[in-house]
Design a protein around this ligand. Sequence first.
Ligand code: ACM
Ligand code: ZN
Length: 505
Amino acid sequence: MLTEMTNTQMRYIILALALAMGIVSAQAQSQPANLIPAPAEYNVHPGTVSRDKMNGSHEKVRISEKAMLRRLEGRKLTDWQLKSAYWLEVGPKGVKIEAADQEGVFYARQTLRMMAEPDSMVNCCTVLDWPRLRYRGMMLDVSRHFYGKDFVKKQLRMMALLKMNRFHFHLVDNPGWRLQIDTYPRLTQLTAWRPQAYFWDWEKNEIGGPFAVEGTPGAYGGYYTKEDIREILAYAAERHIEVIPEIEMPGHNYETRAAYPELACSLPKGGKDPWELCPGKEHTYEFLENVLLEVFDLFPSQYIHIGGDEARKNNWKVCPYCQARMRAEGLKDVNGLQSYMIRRIERFARAHGKRIIGWDEILQGGLAPDATVMCWHGTEAGVQAAKEGHDVIFTPTHYYYLDYHQDPDQYRPVGRCVTLEKVYSFEPVTERIPEADAHHVSGVQGNLWTEHVQEEWHAELLLYPRLFAIAETGWSQADRKSWPDFERRASALSAAARKWGYRVY
Ligand code: ACM
Ligand code: ZN
């Protein structure tokens, strides 16, 4: 009987036996050409299917937690992982999806979309997949240069495809306030516009330049109305992306002080540091709380990013209001004053059902336990924060600062050279974090600061393909990562992304 079999039939029988005996594990299988992030388990089956059977017209979906738990038998997943997990079968007649939640179905469809991209025929296969880390983010600085809502939506589409789920919206900073706030209209009327388009033509010697009143002919800038934000939020929510707004304090507030000078310390010309709010004055808290109330109203995220980075604190050492506050609260130095402010805002946020995230400087002087630390100075602060029981998001400059160049010859290079391989090499769950605290590693995020990024195409060139690497580190199980395989997949996905209209380096 064996002699009557074709070679192909023989191969299928051997493959089926090997799969049944567990000889051919998911690890031994290569990934589809351009699938990023790599799924937890992927197995090829005999046969191929045409991509027109993968576009939803031949799709069977079952949402059942019980069924999904059966599929995941033996694998220990947390509740949030289970929500995002999916099982997928691509067969000759079409596609079957199983998931515990709509979110899992959504991620299964992203996998299908990527798989179907380059070829007209796709290998039949099964995929069982779930995320490694719960926070898989991208930050966009829209203050240094302003990007319209269509550009934001375009990046949200790519994030969704990469199974990224947090968009950190850096809405306010020294060079421009970009969010409509009804209680304080001067923020956008006076400081969302400036005479010079390019940031470095505006900021000289770390001192910001002048702003332009809204409506000034030829002025550069812009801001998001509340309607714009609602549109972006709805677009993100459809893609299972949470938008986390950042309202910076107490540093990086040059624009806030330009609109409302009374928020500065009481010193001649506002003191030496032109960026900082006065944490001594009660009026500053009234302002911040009123702003935050509008932000809480608008953004459904449980999180509010309150900045906290790079306050120099020189003014505070001499401002009578700051000094009085330090005496009244028994604070021994200006770090204590910063800590007082952050803790006070944290209590305010908590009273409104929100939790704060801050850059790692918020650890200075002690921090409220509920706060999440966004670690950007290397990784040491993140290790310390996790050990102290804080959730941590890793955005280390030397790996995840996407404004840094990928190649010294590229357009307007700044910072260190951060290649795709360098980005890919970052491991957030470092052995320096004791195993018992490893659950505090919430995830990873790529930051696109935009001091030198004036054009949308330039922003995309810096984001892609490096964001692919961050997505894989956030989603894929650590043992599924492999640089040579990723490099091959990133190249294929880059080609697809170019076809979809992205600029990819
Ligand atoms: C930062 O780069 N200042 C967070
Ligand atoms: Zn002060």
